[in-house]
Design a binder for this molecule. Structure first.
Ligand SMILES: Cc1cc2nc3c(=O)[nH]c(=O)nc-3n(C[C@H](O)[C@H](O)[C@H](O)COP(=O)(O)OP(=O)(O)OC[C@H]3O[C@@H](n4cnc5c(N)ncnc54)[C@H](O)[C@@H]3O)c2cc1C
Ligand SMILES: NC(=O)c1ccc[n+]([C@@H]2O[C@H](COP(=O)([O-])OP(=O)(O)OC[C@H]3O[C@@H](n4cnc5c(N)ncnc54)[C@H](OP(=O)(O)O)[C@@H]3O)[C@@H](O)[C@H]2O)c1
Length: 506
């Protein structure tokens, strides 16, 4: 029987999944609701740039063109890079543009039968003779309607073209709700358009650590949080006694490193003056993927009154704006909710069956239950690539797609469902222990990037070590230091599945 692979979305995840599935002899079909590849990079706000250096956001087999000199390329350049990747590897013929998948329905075994399974999809394999997924696809061409209202989500604001977005905020008092990267970038953009004549108010529920630059006191950030040594300070999912002992002994050092970086940020930015010192530890915010790069002159705009920072736990609307804690009245013509992308809801809503929706959403007080951050033990034949976040997403997405391709052609065998669930639970415990502000549902691997990467490599039988010698292996930033970091990177980056590992816990 022909084995067909459907992929939803032609962003980075979809392009990589398509490439690696095609390389293993499958014929993927990619459904993309937009008319272009590149995903979210096609509709960011004008000022969005890559947050991490381009060397850390690079395909293993397709480098950034040498003509791009910026270390942090603009959104336009990222789209061009992704387009040329799709073109170079002949991915475009696999993509059906303007095709929105409305839902996915499962036809196969009964719920009762599924409950009795010990392996993912009964056999641990991605395909099964009795079952199929039916995708309802809507041709969305010319059907896009954009509603501009005075209260909107940042996704709608980003969807406007750049000129319309500037027009929309020009000469208006804008209030932005949120303290993530989207909120600061949008506030900055409003400040650029309006200056202090129409100040933009940013209402933060939780201030987060933001990096003023990537080199505190001249040291690459990776040395603090992206080395094997830095991961030794953390209790890892499924660790043995030795790792556990080392993590316990090194916990005070983790605190010292956090404090060191925090003191740098507090020295560079007037956080105290504006009451914006975060409560959580820097490294715990990394573990929750809540750290971001601040626009270089952000606090200049705060100092000159173009941006007003407010802290508030609650807000209500009133006739001419908002009322926040302590009955403070904020006059606003436009309110933008930069409150996140709700990836968990999107993931769940694609399933027609409420049973699968509940499975994937998991319990509200645990992480999204994905084994290796990719497959749900109780949803056969489906993989989620782009849900889990890291500090450098292209890298982890590419590794996941390599792992998935090995699963598709059955060189990777999944363990029993019970083992998968045990592993998920250990990651859940790790996230609950370390993720700042209780943000364990963000499914972030940034605090244990190397440990996670090692697991994927071991599953597919690839050697996870990539540096030359013990000291570079232990103390040099890993992965985030780029695909081409002058070490043995190509060995681990160009991994291929070579043998089957039934179940390996790091
Ligand atoms: C504004 C912004 C900036 C970011 N910047 C960085 C950064 O600097 N560095 C970093 O490492 N990470 C960054 N990230 C994280 C980002 O998620 C990844 O870098 C990456 O682009 C995600 O790719 P993706 O393919 O998983 O998702 P997306 O790029 O969101 O692609 C998903 C695609 O699926 C399509 N789609 C969705 N639903 C359907 C459907 N039902 N039917 C058909 N098609 C559908 C969408 O149209 C889209 O094209 C950023 C995220 C955001 C939101
Ligand atoms: N490359 C770039 O330049 C760039 C640009 C934009 C975004 N990104 C990335 O895109 C991802 C999403 O970023 P994001 O900023 O859109 O989302 P986010 O990181 O999820 O942040 C959402 C913000 O909204 C706040 N919020 C959520 N619900 C709220 C509520 N009900 N009331 C008040 N505040 C609420 C959150 O506050 P709490 O913290 O209190 O929950 C948080 O500050 C991140 O990975 C980010 O790094 C990158």
């Amino acid at each position: 029987m022909e084995k067909r692979v459907a992929i939803i979305g032609a962003g980075i995840s979809g392009l990589l999944a398509c490439k690696y599935a095609a390389a293993r002899g499958f014929t993927p079909v990619v459904f993309e609701e937009q008319a272009k590849v590149g995903g979210l990079w096609n509709h960011t706000i004008e000022s969005t740039r890559l947050q991490n250096a381009k060397a850390t956001f690079e395909f293993s087999d397709f480098r950034w063109p040498s003509s791009i000199e910026d270390m942090f390329p603009t959104n336009f350049k990222v789209v061009e890079y992704l387009e040329s990747y799709a073109h170079n590897f002949g991915l475009l013929p696999y993509i059906k543009f303007n095709s929105k998948v409305m839902d996915m329905d499962y036809v196969g075994e009964s719920e009762e039968e599924m409950r009795s399974w010990e392996f993912w999809g009964a056999t641990g394999k991605p395909f099964g003779s009795k079952r199929k997924w039916i995708l309802k696809v809507f041709n969305s061409k010319d059907n896009s309607t954009l509603v501009f209202s005075e209260v909107l989500h940042s996704m709608d604001y980003s969807a406007m073209d750049n000129a319309a977005a500037t027009d929309f905020i020009k000469g208006k008092r804008v209030a932005i709700i949120g303290s993530g990267k989207t909120a600061v970038d949008t506030a900055f953009e409003c400040a650029m358009a309006n200056g202090s004549d129409y100040p933009c108010t940013m209402i933060q529920r939780t201030p987060h650590w933001a990096l003023p630059d990537a080199f505190p006191w001249g040291i690459n950030f990776g040395y603090f949080c992206a080395t094997r040594f830095s991961e030794l300070m953390v209790h890892k999912p499924g660790e043995g006694l030795l790792f556990s002992l080392i993590a316990t002994l090194l916990t005070p050092l983790r605190w010292v490193i956090s404090k060191f970086v925090e003191s740098y940020i507090r020295w560079k930015l007037p956080l105290k003056k504006y009451g914006m010192v975060p409560k959580e530890r820097f490294l715990d915010e990394i573990a929750a993927c809540q750290i971001y790069m601040l626009p270089e002159t952000f606090y200049d705009k705060v100092e000159n009154g173009s941006i007003v920072l407010q802290k508030s736990q609650n807000l209500t609307f009133c006739k001419d704006g908002l009322i926040i804690d302590n009955d403070d009245h904020i006059k606003a013509d436009v309110v933008i909710f930069a409150t996140g992308y709700k990836g968990d809801e999107k993931l769940a809503n694609i399933f027609k069956s409420p049973i699968f929706r509940n499975h994937i959403a998991g319990s509200r007080d645990s992480t999204i239950p994905l084994y290796r951050q990719i497959v749900h033990p109780r949803i056969p034949g489906v993989a989620a690539i782009g849900y889990s976040e890291s500090a450098s997403n292209l890298y982890s997405i590419e590794m996941r797609c390599k792992w998935l391709a090995c699963l598709l052609d059955e060189t990777v065998q999944l363990p029993r469902m019970e083992e998968m669930e045990k592993d998920i639970k250990m990651w859940d415990e790790y996230m609950k222990r370390y993720a700042a502000n209780g943000k364990y549902r963000r499914a972030c691997i940034a605090g244990l990037h190397i440990w996670y990467n090692d697991q994927l490599c071991r599953d597919i039988g690839a050697n996870p070590r990539r540096k030359k010698g013990f000291f570079t292996e232990m103390f040099q930033p890993y992965g985030l230091n780029g695909a081409h970091d002058g070490s043995n990177s190509s060995r681990a980056r160009n991994v291929d599945c070579v043998r089957v590992f039934p179940n390996v816990y790091g």
